[in-house]
Design a binder for this molecule. Structure first.
Ligand SMILES: Nc1ncnc2c1ncn2[C@@H]1O[C@H](COP(=O)(O)OP(=O)(O)OP(=O)(O)O)[C@@H](O)[C@H]1O
Length: 256
């Protein structure tokens, strides 16, 4: 599934935050959105997952304006692992993952054996099946993050949006999450802070700065020393290691 935005503008609190974003995530590609704090990554993703209405421009899903989809139908297309999920209620892990099945059901329709199978598989896939009966609110931040990924997987959508998905995860689970996401064969759009993770896993990277896209392309073409300097205001070396992986090495500001 292809996601595209055309001249997307968005306002928050009376201020324009996105100033005309042209963005494309090709079918089954893993697209990273990077940029400094406050550059507009989450705001762009929110327009795509429909929490925020653009003030101008539009989001297209396989060429059709997202605004023309019923909310329920777009929830069958796009699942989200958002940055801040505040759960004050007492649901078990399994209940939380079952919520991913909601767009596929009619109001008050009971969960079927097929739903439980999908939910179980999703929990197995992200390694939280053993937490099934635990209360979500009692889990660690990283465990909660994985449960929310399981919920998004259980939604069985062709597109997945991940807003800083590795937040709270230790390095093993960061790599596992990205490996898993890579293997899904779905369109994935992820806001990513870690430039090495973005370099290793993304097909395409869009770089945001002050509500604009300032660069886009393959990691090797985008993640240059000069771009990192101009966007993040830090010094870095970018090189290909002996395994052929693109690596970014940062220097403490005090040492340069
Ligand atoms: N409700 C709001 N009212 C006014 N400004 C807002 C509001 N929400 C967000 N902003 C501003 O919009 C800008 C973009 O925020 P956004 O969360 O999209 O950035 P981000 O790139 O995802 O940042 P981060 O890396 O810190 O998560 C920021 O300057 C933020 O302060």
């Amino acid at each position: 599934m292809e996601i595209r935005t055309d001249d997307l503008h968005a306002m928050l609190g009376g201020t324009e935050i996105l100033h005309g974003i042209d963005f494309t995530a090709g079918d089954r590609s893993l697209v990273g959105v990077i940029g400094p704090n406050g550059s507009g990554k989450s705001t762009l993703l929110k327009c795509i997952y429909r929490v925020l209405k653009p003030s101008e421009g539009a989001v297209f899903v396989d060429g059709q304006p997202l605004s023309e989809y019923r909310v329920r139908d777009s929830a069958k297309k796009i699942a989200v692992l958002a940055q801040h999920n505040f759960y004050n209620f007492e649901f078990t892990v399994q209940d939380v993952v079952l919520m991913g099945r909601a767009p596929h059901k009619r109001a008050l329709e009971r969960d079927s054996a097929a739903d439980f199978k999908i939910v179980h598989e999703a929990m197995e896939r992200v390694g939280v099946a053993s937490l099934r009966d635990r209360l979500f609110s009692t889990l660690s931040g990283g465990e909660q993050q994985r449960v929310l990924l399981a919920r998004a997987l259980a939604q069985q959508t062709p597109c997945l949006i991940l807003d800083e998905p590795t937040n709270h995860l230790d390095i093993k689970y960061q790599l596992e999450l990205l490996d898993l996401v890579r293997s899904l064969d779905r369109t994935v759009i992820a806001a990513i802070h870690d430039l090495n993770i973005a370099a290793m896993y993304c097909d395409t990277i869009f770089v945001m700065q002050s509500g604009h896209i300032v660069a886009a392309g393959a990691p090797r073409d985008v993640l240059t020393r000069s771009l990192i300097r101009s966007v993040y205001e830090v010094d870095a070396d970018v090189f290909t290691d002996s395994d052929g992986l693109l690596r970014v090495l940062f220097y403490p500001q005090s040492l340069v």
